[in-house]
Ligand binder design. Structure first.
Ligand code: MN
Length: 238
């Protein structure tokens, strides 16, 4: 079932469907809800942030967002556009590029840049200026079924994310009907293993070092308490 979901999910990521999806962004946030400018039929363009660059302060500074979104996310996109121009990947949905290059030694550069372009687009959607707090009822129920309580879910999400050795990502995913927390290294994404991402927290140092230096745990806790967009997770569950 999850495999099927992840395929549906991947189809939403075709650049052309962004045009359709952006009109219904508020309701189809799965993966296709990433807003995309209308001229996006050719190379990828950077999805607009769903909030202002200073909207996540003081948890994440405008300076961090400026570098992280403008430079890091932008560079992954630029690299991807260059790498796939004129290849069979140029007309492939983004998630299919990721899945078909995962684990292929000679495709590492395309995989890394495609996955990082996707991961960041997903990460921004999972944050919101007035986030945190009580999850919506349906998500809360799912957390209780899977972890015992919302606090236990948050604790496992935080602990697992903080424990990622080196650069990577912490994820809340749907796996075989249950919520689960996993971590991935570098650019890796859970949907290449049949798990459906609901939320992610970036723990590459560029995500927090300007604001928190080495205090990764403080950054993760602040994101979960104040910025995490439970509504986005719920929409991805659907
Ligand atoms: Mn990042």
């Amino acid at each position: 079932m999850d495999k099927k979901n992840s395929i549906n999910f991947s189809c939403n990521l075709n650049r052309r469907t962004f045009l359709v999806a952006s009109a219904a962004a508020a309701v189809s946030l799965g993966l296709g809800g990433i807003p995309q400018p209308a001229h996006a039929a050719a190379p990828y363009t950077l999805p607009p942030l769903p909030y202002g660059e200073n909207a996540l302060e003081p948890v994440i500074s405008a300076r961090t967002i400026g570098f992280h979104y403008g430079k890091h996310h932008g560079a992954y996109m630029d690299n991807l556009n260059k790498l796939i121009a004129g290849t069979k990947f140029a007309d492939m949905p983004l998630a299919d590029i990721i899945k078909s290059t995962a684990g292929q030694v000679d495709m590492t550069a395309i995989f890394n840049n495609a996955a990082q372009f996707w991961n960041h687009s997903f990460y921004w959607q999972g944050l919101t200026p007035k986030g945190g707090g009580e999850p919506p009822a349906a998500l809360k129920q799912k957390m209780e079924d899977s972890f015992g309580s919302v606090d236990a879910c948050k604790k496992e999400f935080a602990d697992t994310t903080v424990a990622q050795f080196g650069s990577g990502w912490g994820w809340l995913v749907l796996n075989e009907g249950k919520l689960k927390v996993v971590k991935t290294g570098n650019a890796d994404v859970p949907f290449t293993q049949g798990m459906k991402p609901l939320l992610t927290i970036d723990v590459w140092e560029h995500a927090y070092y300007l604001d928190y230096q080495n205090r990764r745990a403080d950054y993760v806790k602040a994101v979960l308490d104040k910025l995490v967009n439970w509504e986005f997770a719920l929409q991805n569950l659907g």
